[in-house]
Design a protein around this ligand. Structure first.
Ligand SMILES: NC(=O)c1ccc[n+]([C@@H]2O[C@H](COP(=O)([O-])OP(=O)(O)OC[C@H]3O[C@@H](n4cnc5c(N)ncnc54)[C@H](OP(=O)(O)O)[C@@H]3O)[C@@H](O)[C@H]2O)c1
Length: 335
């Protein structure tokens, strides 16, 4: 019998940059047993920040020792079933979000960890876990309300463009930051109320001039000076949710010597809160169903970056591309 081979990307050593940490390996496809599914991945989501930090050994809650598997979300097709599987059939479209299940052509996974979806598309893939993260962060950590001013940084990115729409759907005035006219165009289409292209306008000046009462809720993805500006412009009882700090992922951590942020928080009774999806797992199923419903009823749009990345070998370039900040919408790799 001919053994079928597949390829996956692994981190072979810890390194400052993703590209020099990874290598492609070939393995035999294993048959699923018991309650397992064999899935052929078709589209995988690129999380350039997380991938880079993981390969540097800078993700404290996992602390992996190389070699380890990479990639998180994938959408694909069930191509074989273990003998105990009852809820899936051959050809079913499924999304998986297990760490290590993304950057590989095939994966064997417990059926309980796969979610059946209508079709194998990058849009459905983007809703989970990227869209789910945006929703849970806004609602559970940011305590999103209506009739407030919400600021989303990296607003035209994979996570940001979903956050913008969810904040609009909740009835808020939404400000989005971005770095190009193409991204501003996407944000206009999504109904963003005030788009700040920070290459043309100064974020701090605009916030001070146009929002003198401050910002009630900030969905902050960028870090560094953007984070400082956001903290400085919080409203009374404002909430800043730290989603990420992508401006630091590709470079070494900067030494910061400045006043501690409690000076800025206490007088406004404002708060800065961290968000990490794995610590909010219990909200995932409801968030996923709500997002899919919004998507299928045309209330939520999903933007996929138009740059084509094909095959395992394109993943390092896709990660690098995301970290240059050029992407508009979610970056995906197609197999
Ligand atoms: N905490 C969690 O559980 C969780 C879950 C998902 C995502 N995240 C985080 O959410 C953020 C967005 O992730 P994503 O995967 O959806 O990426 P993304 O937003 O699709 O892409 C990154 C965007 O960040 C912006 N950016 C601003 N300054 C940058 C810089 N110095 N270098 C690179 N990019 C810069 C760029 O947009 P502009 O140039 O237009 O600003 C770029 O398009 C990241 O910080 C990520 O780590 C966190």
């Amino acid at each position: 019998m001919n053994t079928k081979i597949y390829r996956k990307l692994i981190a072979k050593k810890l390194s400052q940059d993703f590209k020099s940490s990874v290598e492609i390996v070939e393995l035999a496809i294993s048959e699923p047993t018991g309650n397992e599914l064999l899935i052929q991945n078709k589209f995988v989501g690129v999380n350039g920040g997380f991938d880079t930090l993981l390969c540097r050994g800078d993700v404290p809650y996992v602390n992996l020792i190389p070699p380890f598997d990479l990639g998180v979300e994938a959408v694909g097709e069930v191509v074989a079933l273990g003998e105990n599987v009852t809820d899936f059939q051959m050809g079913d479209a499924v999304v998986t979000t297990a760490r290590g299940g993304g950057y590989r052509e095939y994966q064997v996974i417990d059926a309980n960890l796969a979610v059946k979806v209508r079709e194998v598309t990058p849009e459905v893939l983007t809703l989970m876990p990227t869209g789910v993260s945006a929703l849970v962060a806004l609602e559970q950590v940011g305590e999103m309300k209506s009739d407030e001013v919400v600021l989303v940084t990296a607003a035209a990115g994979g996570t940001g463009h979903i956050a913008v729409q969810l904040a609009k759907l909740a009835g808020n005035h939404v400000i989005g930051t971005c770095s190009s006219e193409a991204k501003a165009k996407l944000l206009r289409q999504l109904g963003c109320d005030r788009i700040i292209n920070y290459h043309k306008e100064n974020l701090n000046q605009i916030l001070k001039q146009e929002y003198p009462n401050g910002i009630n809720l900030i969905f902050e993805c960028v870090g560094k000076q953007v984070f400082d500006t956001c903290v400085g412009n919080l409203a009374i009882r404002g909430r800043l949710v730290t989603i990420g700090y992508i401006s630091e992922y590709a470079v070494n951590v900067e030494q910061v010597l400045q006043a501690r942020i409690y000076h800025q928080l206490m007088w406004k009774a404002a708060s800065v809160r961290g968000f990490l999806m794995p610590h909010y797992k219990e909200y995932i199923p409801e968030a996923r169903d709500r997002l899919l419903n919004l998507f299928y009823t045309d209330k939520l749009k999903v933007a996929i970056d138009s740059t084509q990345f094909n095959g395992i070998e394109s993943i390092p370039a896709a990660v690098e591309y995301l970290l240059t900040g050029k992407n508009c919408g979610k970056v995906v790799v197609r197999f």
